[in-house]
Design a protein around this ligand. Sequence first.
Ligand SMILES: Nc1ncnc2c1ncn2[C@@H]1O[C@H](COP(=O)(O)OP(=O)(O)OP(=O)(O)O)[C@@H](O)[C@H]1O
Ligand SMILES: [Mg+2]
Length: 304
Amino acid sequence: MAMENAPIVETHGLSKRFGSGFLAVDGVDMSVRRGEVYGFLGPNGAGKTTTLKMLVGLIGATSGTATVAGHAPGDPAGLAKIGCLIEGPGFYPYLSGRENLRVVADLASVSQRRVDEVLDLIEMTSRAGRKFGTYSTGMKMRIGVAAALLKDPELLILDEPTAGLDPQGMAEMRKLITDIGHGERTVLISSHLLGEVQATCDRVGVISNGKLVRESTVEDLLGDEGVFVRAEPSERANEVLTRMFGPAAVVHENGHFNLKTNPAQSLAINRQLMASGVAVSELRPVERSLEDVFFQLTGDKQGS
Ligand SMILES: Nc1ncnc2c1ncn2[C@@H]1O[C@H](COP(=O)(O)OP(=O)(O)OP(=O)(O)O)[C@@H](O)[C@H]1O
Ligand SMILES: [Mg+2]
């Protein structure tokens, strides 16, 4: 069916202006495919939360359109298919985790049995009887995710699900996201943490100053692998490398070369240089980190 292949989230020119001047989200065209884990990546203040709030109808767009789970944002028919956790979990501190979820389940007309199912899913069953107020940040976040999962949503939207977690808590949350994102369900998470996105997401959208500057798979984002070469005499090396790969693929800087070519070419590069009387002192694949790419795209320092 055409619907099945349609993106579960699609926006066109989605924008939000706060007050009279400031454009917090600026013409975002994003597309989240069914069944994927999509990472919405951007530095602090880039417009992630604002975009997610527009998608679930918590705030209205200034201009542009969005379709979420087949409906306009905020449409009850669409909301019935969405679970979301935006800007941290808020629950009754004196009720237990389980009791809090029961309250939410009641409001959402979800069976109480489902409460136990989601507690199991988020591995909180043994701690479900403790007061919410006594939970650690990580446990609170889990209960928040559990609440978002109660309706067994087609689309789960989590805004910074690892905010405030320690490395172990982050690793557990990553595993949880991978588990719940497995199969039919689509997961849209926002983050400013590159490692997290790299570890959990199929595709990413990078947002900077309200603009979506890139949307692709993580591999494509990292793509453009190359080869680092240090060789003497460099004039001669330049000639050989340019002959091999063309001038556009050879970047000569600070006494070394960055070649835009597959590292599988390393052996051939070494042979050609040696055969031309060039001594090679260094030859290795260049691995771009997501961090490099992120800074390149956003021109920004990563928030903590
Ligand atoms: N209600 C509001 N009124 C005015 N400006 C706002 C409002 N909400 C957000 N903003 C501004 O919009 C911009 C985007 O904010 P947003 O919260 O969407 O960023 P973010 O990408 O989620 O950042 P973070 O990583 O810090 O959560 C920021 O400059 C913020 O100050
Ligand atoms: Mg935010």
